[in-house]
Design a protein around this ligand. Sequence first.
Ligand code: IPM
Ligand code: MG
Length: 378
Amino acid sequence: MGKQWKICVLPGDGIGPEVTRQAVKVYQTVADYYRIPAELDEALIGGAALEKEGMPLPMSTLNRCRAADAILLGAVGDPKWDDQSLAMRPESGLSALRAKMGLYANLRPAVSFPALEDVTPLPRSGGFDLIVVRELSGGLYFGDKGIREEDGTRSAYDVESYSEKEIERIARYAFQVASQRRCDLVSIDKASMLESSRLWREVVERIAPQYPQVSLRHLYADHAAMELVRNPKQFDVILTSNLFGDLLSEEAAALTGSVGLAPSASLGYTAIGIYEAVHGSAPLLAGRDVANPVGAILSVAMMLRYTYSLEMASKAVEWSVMETLKRYRTADIASPQFSPVGTEEMGNQVVEQLKKILPSVIPEPSAGAQENPGAKML
Ligand code: IPM
Ligand code: MG
């Protein structure tokens, strides 16, 4: 990316603005270190956009996102809009943004933190490092949906439909991700019951021989949900559909200690991506300085890796979080030895760590120099 960085920040609803503020501080710290001017645009999405502009994804937001290197998103969703039509709910703004920007691959890593062993929900579950590759612009979310009325009763439907092209595109992505990790891919479907899953399995099998270095197995989604809690260490890369990916990635995130810790990247054919924590808008926590900003901060690490190809800067952010978690915890991961710190304080502590770690992993860059030749796209 050029001599100037430009991101579009979409704070959204609930705890979105609070956690995003901490993530922006981290982004700014890295930009300052590289002496690159960072331009931060800010736009409305979700309930915040419904409130001010009457729609969850205003055209101006979409245009501003398209003009940026990357998008940093907080969260969307507010019970205030629960009774609206689907199209007028905050969540539709986010799924429309993902689709309109062509972001079909949602990467959701779940990595256990050694410092948090005492708060993981399962004993002996530590030491895992997996990534969910979730298809993001097709499937049940985008299929035909509606309500029919016959003989005075209503029935509602949502169609799960995947074309061979869509399956092949996400499967290739997952094989590539697996090739750069431990070469182990598990594709998750429900081929015992769903036609769309049968096609999914067939297409994944068909392209597998093009990635001979990657071992592939298939699991039914119900079985996978069980295996994930039974033994998360068995997974390297999980490939799955939009809805199954939504469910399983949140399950995987919780295994690390809190869903508040998990980041995500939504990517497509270019380096422009949406970076956001896996958690939702948590309206009950909003405005109280109690939310965990780590998921949002680690999403900045993903941005540095995938949009800016700055692998070492990305690692520096991840290491800063790991160091910080040894001494500071937010309420969701607090334990008797740690009195919880607030969202803001947690963000400040990560920034302090980062300022110490950056010079030890990246030689002081000259003004404007930023590329790390060793960085890879995936
Ligand atoms: C997520 C969220 C979204 C999804 C909603 C807010 C549209 O749950 O990012 O996981 O279902 O994809
Ligand atoms: Mg979700």
